[in-house]
Design a protein around this ligand. Structure first.
Ligand code: ZN
Length: 78
């Protein structure tokens, strides 16, 4: 085990899309973390919910949507 992801590593990879696309070893470690960490599971569920909502409203997440998404997530967290 060379690399143990922290919650912020997982959160970052979920919001920038690298959670599903990163290199195999890293992806496994992120999934492992997700499996044991309630906070990250809840965060990922919120990100997916926002993605789905954005797709429902705009058809697809527009480029530049990231800032809006981050603001929404920040609001959900507070
Ligand atoms: Zn975590």
């Amino acid at each position: 085990m060379s690399w143990i992801p922290t919650c912020s590593d997982v959160a970052r990879s979920v919001s920038d899309g690298s959670y599903d696309e990163g290199p195999g070893g890293r992806r496994v470690m992120l999934r492992l973390h997700m499996a044991v960490c309630w906070f990250c599971r809840r965060y990922a569920a919120q990100v997916r919910w926002i993605d789905r909502a954005a797709k429902a409203v705009w058809g697809a997440p527009a480029p530049g949507d990231e800032a809006v998404k981050r603001r929404l997530i920040a609001r959900l967290r507070s």
